[in-house]
Design a protein. Structure first.
Length: 194
């Protein structure tokens, strides 16, 4: 037995749903035809499933009933919003993707073990933003050598030689956003007093 997709099932049920909404509101086919400009016979065929609904027909019907289009047709849920990701280990670091879809901006949680503490700067196209969740992070960026504490963030052009890793004997956890050149994250914070 073939299972229909949720979209095919929804489309097959549109006619009955349209009839149910119209009758629950006490609207006749002729009154709906007058309000929408769609003929009574077309509306009848639509409700009986003899005619497939099109956007040009559904929009005036939704407007006449003063309902959102997705409520009118009973659109299926868009899916589970939770991200089910698999951690990946790359160069000894555990990377956990926080975005499901491909795109210009990617988010990751990185867990960097204490043994990954020797700077090995690299360069590549793009822009990066990082936020320290736990541990102290050393950021080598060009000729600068910085230490970031939990709650601090940094953003930089990845064409500059860069490296980040733990300070001390503990692993660190960092949130990373990677984007193409010119895609920047703007964090508005007050500078820390020293």
């Amino acid at each position: 037995m073939d299972e229909q997709s949720p979209i095919a099932t929804t489309l097959a049920q549109v006619g009955a749903r349209l009839r149910r909404i119209r009758t629950q509101r006490g609207v006749t086919l002729s009154a709906l035809a007058e309000a929408t400009g769609i003929s009574t016979s077309t509306l009848s065929r639509l409700e009986s499933g003899q005619r497939r609904a099109s956007l040009e027909m559904l929009l005036p019907i939704a407007q006449a009933h003063q309902l959102p289009l997705d409520e009118l047709v009973g659109a299926p849920e868009v899916g589970d919003p939770r991200i089910h990701s698999r951690p990946r280990v790359r160069n000894g670091r555990t990377l956990i993707p926080l975005t499901n879809r491909p795109g210009p901006l990617q988010a990751w949680k990185s867990v960097i073990p204490a043994t990954q503490n020797r700077p090995e700067p690299c360069t590549h196209e793009g822009y990066e933003w990082l936020y320290v969740l736990s541990g102290r992070v050393r950021l080598v960026l060009g000729d600068r050598d910085l230490v970031l504490e939990p709650g601090e963030a940094a953003e930089f052009d990845t064409r500059l030689p860069h490296w980040f890793g733990p300070v001390g004997a503990s692993a660190v956890e960092v949130l990373n956003l990677f984007g193409g050149q010119g895609e920047r994250v703007h964090v508005r914070t007050e500078p820390r007093s020293r």
